[in-house]
Design a protein. Structure first.
Length: 256
């Protein structure tokens, strides 16, 4: 059965998508079969792996989360062309609309878990890129995951949002999913020359299990329009090495 990990933070623009993509590529390159799930209606992860959401309009995450869906999830999963062993369950803009429908259903926290059940044994790892809200979609991701990775941008506002996120994770552990384990925080877009970044990183390290520090660099953005992650484009780049280290943490967790 796949190790399922949510990449989560209710703050926007903290590198959830970038982290999901790069950790997914790192795991796939080792030889694991990996599914990345785009749970964000902005469909950034879908774009990042080189898929136009319009080209998957009929078969995507919405198809399987909709009430009374009869679509086979296997038909909604696409191979990422540039990376062997990497697959995506893509998103489209309509995902925002089905949240309301999901909210009205009973067992609303378990809709994603039920949807993923038929393919769990087909993958070694499933990474879920969560939306930037503590919405019913995020709750679904946390409810079905074995573990959580939290990307946090090294600025004061991002740091302040952590308590609310950790409270939510604790509540989900208590009420819905006792197996959920926080693997740690990735400090993202860190700029060494910034005093604020250094101060926030120090506070993060004092309070959290920091499993990686990702520097802010233009190299990360470069591949996005081509659908190529930095772990693919520049295997030995410092950022790639950190994402590979984080991937190894997940492997260790899955072996326990
Ligand atoms: N290490 C980095 N250096 C420079 N830019 C980065 C880095 N990591 C991510 N970015 C850029 O920051 C922006 C936000 O990143 P990303 O989309 O991964 O964040 P997110 O948390 O998924 O956002 P959202 O909450 O909107 O889904 C993107 O333009 C991305 O290319």
């Amino acid at each position: 059965m796949a190790e399922k990990t949510s990449i989560v933070n209710q703050k926007g623009g903290v590198a959830k998508t970038t982290s999901t993509h790069n950790i997914g590529v790192a795991l796939a390159k080792i030889g694991f079969k990996v599914l990345v799930v785009d749970l964000d209606s902005q469909a950034s992860l879908t774009y990042s792996v080189g898929i136009d959401p319009l080209s998957v309009e009929d078969k995507n995450i919405v198809s399987i989360l909709t009430a009374k869906s009869t679509v086979d999830i296997k038909e909604c999963i696409y191979q990422v062309k540039t990376v062997e062993n990497l697959y995506i369950l893509p998103s489209i803009i309509d995902l925002a609309q089905i949240e309301l429908e999901m909210f009205a259903r009973s067992s609303r926290e378990k809709i994603l878990e039920r949807a993923l059940l038929p393919i769990e044994d087909d993958f070694d790892f499933i990474l879920i890129d969560c939306p930037p809200q503590l919405s019913v979609l995020t709750i679904n991701a946390l409810s079905c995951s074995d573990s959580v990775i939290i990307p946090v941008k090294t600025d004061e506002l991002a740091f302040r949002g952590l308590t609310q996120l950790e409270d939510t994770i604790e509540e989900i552990k208590e009420l819905i999913n006792p197996k959920l384990e926080v693997i740690g925080v990735i400090a993202t877009m860190f700029e060494k020359i910034s005093t604020e970044d250094k101060r926030v990183l120090k506070k993060l390290e004092e309070r959290e299990q920091v499993i990686g520090i990702i520097k802010k660099t233009v190299e990360v953005k470069k591949g996005i329009t081509k659908g190529i992650s930095i772990v693919e484009a520049q295997e030995t780049n410092e950022v790639s090495l950190v994402y590979k280290k984080v991937a190894k943490k997940l492997i260790t967790k899955s072996e326990v």
